[in-house]
Design a protein around this ligand. Structure first.
Ligand SMILES: Cc1ncc(COP(=O)(O)O)c(C=O)c1O
Length: 409
């Protein structure tokens, strides 16, 4: 028998631990950024794929189709129109780079700007994928507190001043201003302008992540920071993951050409998947504007189902807001609950959740908090999953009290 090959001595330093094998989704799936399965526009995507392949399938013979390294031109043209109407961004198709999910956008921007020891500013509660990436770069991550309107500008200004006193210019301010992950806030226009003024005053950039901005129940949102700054000193990323489907892996970066040209120099993957871009362009130009309100109706209903289920099962033990959009609810449980431990026990009972500490710079503050994604489970499954979660939490931490739900009624 051949001895198993030992890879360990050959690994590059800093290689992350091996991944665990995937065992399927749990019955009650409240993690990650999954979307509503029934709202994936399957037939329209089939029709779009057929039409675009019949018409342009032969262009798959070349890297980058006939559109060059920025990505499929009709998709960039659709985006340039959509961004203008939706986010007030005035950009041409040549100021948009299509990426393999907006995660690739995060990676590219970080690779362009960050070196070990740099400082970046970030919302204290933020996207776990951004935090884990920054940790790998070995940068100094400084959390800025949030309130109901997003990142607090008084705290941002004070921190910038403090850093200036130490001779430190942060590389960027990372923000998710339009439906913040995980808190769901939308930053008002005035605050966006304050952020631009502060960034300019202290000579740093703004990195604006608009992953969820299509998912606003009212359909109304302030202009993007990128738009308000005329694109100067701002890099913007967006995604089709939350508005259409995350498995497509299509995102985009918007930046002035001088910046985009440098990012393009780093994107050495010979182009992001072409078929996804072609199908999306074909679908979106016809259906995007009808599809999104339909999706939002279903998502907002699921949010209310989750809020009602939490109120019923946890009573006053669970505190949460009523986000104006998105796919997440950020929940506070009593102080004695450790959501990392709760997450492990809940998983054994078939409920997956995102423990707060993975979504915060301040692990102590987030210890009793958790993020629930309500987009994927059906309403009945949401109700059942929350009931199971309450039972596990009671068993492990003694809360919610059995009477908690009765108190509420
Ligand atoms: C704020 C934020 N940015 C970026 C991403 C990455 O999304 P994707 O790579 O699917 O576009 C996510 C995913 O959940 C996110 O929440």
């Amino acid at each position: 028998m051949t001895a198993p090959f030992d890879l360990a001595p050959l690994l590059a330093p800093g290689t992350p631990p091996p991944a665990v094998k995937w065992n399927g989704f749990p019955k009650y799936n409240f993690v990650g950024g999954h979307n509503d399965a029934k709202q994936v526009p399957v037939q329209a995507l089939i029709d779009a794929a057929t039409a675009v392949l019949k018409r342009e399938g032969a262009t798959l013979a070349t890297y980058g189709l006939n559109s060059g390294p920025l990505g499929y031109r009709p998709l960039r043209e659709f985006l340039s129109g959509k961004l203008k109407g939706h986010a007030a961004i005035d950009c041409t198709a040549d100021e948009i780079l299509v990426t393999s999910g907006s995660l690739q956008g995060l990676d590219l921007v970080n690779t362009l700007l960050l070196a070990k020891g740099d400082t970046i500013l970030i919302e204290k509660e933020t996207y776990g994928g951004a935090l884990s990436r920054l940790a790998k770069f070995g940068v100094n991550i400084v959390g800025i507190p949030l309130d109901d309107d997003g990142m607090r500008m008084d705290a941002l200004g004070a921190k910038l001043e403090e850093l200036k006193g130490k001779g430190i210019t942060p590389k960027y301010i990372y923000t998710i201003p339009t439906v913040q992950n995980p808190t769901g806030s939308i930053m008002p226009e005035a605050r966006r302008k304050e952020m631009i003024a502060l960034a300019r005053q202290y000579g740093t950039m703004i990195f604006e992540d608009e992953c969820y901005s299509d998912l606003v129940w009212s359909g109304k949102r302030p202009p993007s920071i990128y738009a308000l700054a005329g694109g100067e000193g701002v890099i913007f990323i967006g995604s089709f993951s939350k508005s259409i489907a995350p498995a497509l892996r299509v995102g985009y970066i918007v930046a002035k050409w001088e910046i985009l040209a440098r990012i393009l120099g780093l994107k050495q993957d010979a182009g992001s998947g072409a078929l996804e871009q072609m199908v999306l362009a074909e679908f979106c130009t016809r259906h995007f504007h009808d599809h999104v309100p339909k999706l939002n109706k279903v998502l907002s209903h699921k949010l209310q189902t989750l809020r009602e289920a939490l109120a019923e099962q946890f009573g006053t033990a669970a505190e949460f807001g009523n986000p104006p959009g998105g796919i997440y609810l950020w929940v506070k449980l009593p102080d004695n609950v450790d959501t990392v431990k709760l997450g492990q026990a809940a998983l054994a009972a078939g409920v997956s959740l995102n423990p707060g500490p993975e979504w915060s710079v301040d692990k102590g503050y987030a210890k009793c908090r958790l993020r629930l994604c309500f987009a994927n489970p059906e309403p009945e499954t949401i109700k059942q999953g929350v009931a199971v979660l309450a039972e596990v939490c009671r068993r492990e931490f003694g809360v919610p009290l059995r009477s908690a739900n009765i108190e509420k009624r």
